[in-house]
Design a binder for this molecule. Structure first.
Ligand code: ATP
Ligand code: MG
Length: 591
């Protein structure tokens, strides 16, 4: 059937929505693919549905090709399975919770590990039932703290989630590799730039895990890579700790009067002037030990103060901190908090006070002290002396102070060495479109998924879980391909292959356009016909905004027997004789 603009349920907008920052968000709303229903919640219009369907088809084909079998779980779920794995609590405010009429707790599924595990437990009892690869394409709910960028971070979104079940770790590794290859085929077919990076396993638990990141300057995620082939989300970068050094010859620590050095820079300048280094080199911020206080909100609602000691030239990276303290959540250390912990001398916090250990083992009640891995035993530092206007010099880690442990949350910088020695790191930004995990035994153990092995012994199944953001991928493709004129879909996901635009008032024009559309439709090409009585300017602008890969203009040229074929992406246009138009467009579409 030929789709007609006069009938299609679409209204293009001249203005971008006020809350939109991302180009993909602005354009998807302006071009009539989606409409906001509430923050982070969107209605899909026919054009949007058409793209989603194409993405889903590619995903299904590749999942089926590796033996995946499709199922569909409800989004509305009982509490118990999530209670059994503690995720009812761990998910915190991100979980949509509700009660049914009998008062029973329910939730809207944020991800379905529990349900898949229980289903397989119900239906499988032997190693002969494994390996098993199940997937669904389904709506998920997460009450995101910062829904943004339209459907890139929604509170309701479509995810493809797959789960594999194997009898042993070798099986899991095979399944993981197979899934990884299938993801590469999916994203290659979807037609955009992505990289695979090491990831933090996050709330899922488990070990090996990688993310597929759509490379985008607007992405919320930062990843690093080296020319030697290392690539990781900054959340997953593990800072190598320097080797411990002997401190036999190190001078004793001493406290100095240091008025008016409120910043790391002023502290460095003061040290340079008053305490030139014995090794002759200049002082830098990296010689100072900065101690940052944060509050950690625990699952039970209580808050615990945490002091993080790190080199003064580095900031704490909020995302790395979130990952490190999960399932707790970082929270600001407020004026009231400083009032409640008067022992922490703001601006002068350090591990020592009056010549004795202060943080770490002798910390004020309830204060935890964790150190950056660079603060290795034997390294020497300048730090606050827990007294206004005083610093401590020649502080040796391990000799003068110890901590409750390490915490690897300092920012990762361009030029830092890759942890695997493969060269200096570069930074880039991305949108996480897929995440694959070797879950291991976490869910199978918690929910008791066991099968008989060939020797008749009960063994716990081993699982993988594999997410792919379908609605997010749609936005990421838009983000990767748009230009100043509008959306610009790769052919494999475009709602229509061809948009035929008839311009002018001449009945012959509409007749010729109609005929071309009919020919395309008969040949099985999806065609959108702009049959409106609008001005050519409006119609061209809309055709470019909507983003079909091929645009055919039937208009003034028709009197000379020609129509124009435009390539949306390159912007190139060529005139062809009207009786060759069908064959030429078909050739274009098949290319
Ligand atoms: P993020 O770090 O972006 O919050 P996540 O790590 O919580 O994502 P997963 O639990 O790994 O996400 O979910 C699998 C996939 O689902 C992600 O790779 C992403 O493509 C998609 N996804 C996750 N959260 C959202 C969301 N709020 N809106 C749209 N897609 C999402
Ligand atoms: Mg993830």
């Amino acid at each position: 059937m030929i789709a007609r603009m006069t009938k299609l349920f679409v209204r293009t907008l001249r203005e971008s929505p006020a809350d939109a920052e991302f180009p993909s968000h602005k354009l998807l709303v302006r071009a009539g693919y989606i409409r906001r229903a509430a923050p982070g919640i969107y209605t899909w219009l026919p054009l949007g549905i058409a793209v989603l369907a194409k993405i889903e088809r590619i995903v299904r084909e590749e999942m089926d090709a590796i033996g995946g079998q499709e199922v569909r779980f409800p989004a509305l779920l009982p509490r118990e399975p999530y209670e059994a794995t503690n995720r009812w609590t761990e998910y915190g405010d991100n979980l949509f919770r509700l009660k049914d009429r009998k008062g029973a707790d329910m939730l809207l599924g944020p991800t379905h590990e529990e349900m898949f595990t229980l289903l397989v437990k119900d239906l499988c009892s032997s190693y002969k039932d494994l390996p098993l690869n199940l997937y669904q394409i389904q709506t998920k709910y997460r009450d995101e703290a910062r829904p943004r960028a339209g459907v890139i971070r929604g509170r309701e979104f479509v995810m493809k989630d797959a789960y594999t079940f194997d009898i042993d770790r070798a099986g899991l590794e095979r399944a993981y590799q197979q899934m990884r290859d299938a993801y590469c085929r999916i994203f290659d077919r979807l037609g955009f730039h992505y990289v695979i990076v090491k990831a933090d396993a996050g709330a899922m638990g488990g070990s090996a895990s990688e993310e597929f990141q759509a490379v985008s300057p607007n992405g919320e995620d930062t990843f690093v890579y080296s020319d030697g082939g290392y690539a990781a989300n900054v959340e997953a970068v593990v800072t190598p700790a320097p080797a411990a050094q002997a401190w036999d010859d190190a001078p004793a620590a001493h406290v100095e009067d240091t008025p008016d050095v409120p910043t790391i820079d002023s502290l460095v300048a003061m040290c340079e002037e008053r305490f030139p280094r014995s090794d002759g080199r200049a002082w830098t911020g990296a010689d100072t030990l900065k101690n940052v206080v944060v509050m950690i909100k625990n699952l039970d609602g209580t808050r615990t103060p945490l002091v993080i000691g790190l080199p003064g030239d580095r900031q704490v990276d909020d995302k790395r901190l979130e990952v490190a303290v999960a399932p707790g959540e970082p929270d600001a250390f407020t004026e009231d908090d400083f009032a409640a912990y008067p022992q922490l001398a703001r601006g002068y916090i350090g591990p020592m006070k009056d010549g004795a250990q202060f943080l770490g083992e002798d910390a004020p009640a309830g204060v935890r002290y964790l150190l950056d891995p660079r603060v290795a035993p034997g390294t020497t530092w300048v730090s606050g002396a827990n007294e206004d206007g005083h610093h401590c010099l020649d502080l040796v880690a391990g000799r003068d102070f110890t901590a409750d442990g390490t915490i690897d949350v300092a920012e990762v910088r361009e030029g830092d060495p890759a942890p695997d020695g493969s060269g200096p790191l570069k930074l880039a930004r991305g949108i996480e479109i897929g995440h694959i995990f070797q879950l291991g035994y976490k869910y199978a153990e918690a929910l008791g998924l066991k099968v008989l092995d060939p020797n008749g012994k009960l063994v716990t199944a081993i699982m993988g879980s594999y997410g792919l953001g379908v609605t997010r991928a749609l936005a990421a493709i838009a983000e990767d391909t748009y230009d100043e004129r509008g959306l610009c879909w790769p052919r494999q996901v475009a709602p229509y292959d061809v948009m035929v635009v008839a311009t002018g008032k001449d009945a012959a024009v509409f007749e010729a356009a109609q005929q071309l559309c009919q020919g395309l439709d008969d040949a099985g090409v999806a065609v959108l016909y702009d049959d409106r009585k609008a001005s050519p300017g409006v119609k061209f602008a809309d055709a470019e905004l909507l983003g079909m890969p091929t645009i055919v203009v039937v208009g003034r040229g028709l009197a000379q027997g020609v129509v124009e074929i435009r390539d949306r992406k390159s912007g190139t246009a060529r005139e062809v004789p009207v009786d060759e138009a069908l064959a030429q467009v078909l050739a274009e579409v098949e290319r």
